[in-house]
Design a protein around this ligand. Sequence first.
Ligand SMILES: [Mg+2]
Length: 334
Amino acid sequence: MPRDEFSLINEYFAHRSAKRGDVAMGIGDDGAVVRPIPEHDLVIVTDTLVEGVHFDKTTPPRSVGHKSVAVNLSDLAAMGAQPCWVSLALTLPQIDEDWLKEFSSGLDEICSYYDCQLIGGDTTKGPLTITITAHGQLPEGTAIPRSGAKAGDWIYVSGSLGDAGLGLQVTQDKVSTTGRHLQQVIERLHYPTPRVALGQSLRGVASSCIDVSDGLLADLGHLMKEAGAAAQLELEKLPLSLALTETLNVDDALALALTAGDDYELCFTLPEEHRGRMETLTSHLKTRPVCIGRVANGGHGDIQLRYHGDEWSLADGYQSFNHFSHSDMSQEES
Ligand SMILES: [Mg+2]
């Protein structure tokens, strides 16, 4: 859509997002020019949402705009970075102004909330695809790695798991739930909250961190593999919402909390000596991280599950979200 490209970008994106003083040149030039804080590292993340893979035609466009930014800010949060700038590559099958209006509103709202400026992008014609690159900053050398967990560290998650997964099952008519729970789980699916403030609080405190995009077992598995360690989880400690526990039996609720993606909570490990500090640093947050287990020696990503002291295993048929099982795209989530 070459002819309309610029008017589209101008109409829906150029004048909307937050304005930051550190953007010397933004949308409208060949490249954006930004001024990073001295003695800070830049953290750069990219994530793509594809219609038919990550969302479908029934997903509200406002949610697609929100979520395309949220998943990137969640990756920045997992690194401990403060979000600053985003760019957008938007592929559209046709120009649908109603869709664009809602999409850009969703994108703008979350960018404004986190003081993140849209600084550039590109628009092309093709199957509906949204790629966002987000840039964040943190003091030099303070990024939280995936690889730092040590035996004896405690394992935490930042909030309830499985809600977005339940929301997905509800939208697919696989499960039904009551009205008050319905809204909550659909919100969590469509409007995830990146744990931006928490991520920054964890710098210099957490030994490793990841955001739960593909399911707790898969993502915690990454942390343990990187560390050459194993995890022991006490499932009765998993934070589960009432929406989950009042809709599903306990085994299904636990299975969803362990395997469903899209919750965008942070999962992190914490040495014993930093426990008090973490409690203090996170005392002002609306949702406090919950300790769900401990890192053990040996193993390469093994995760042992116990429920009230007894061994517990996933029923057949549950597996974490895996792009390769859903599509032929060869991409790895970061
Ligand atoms: Mg991630």
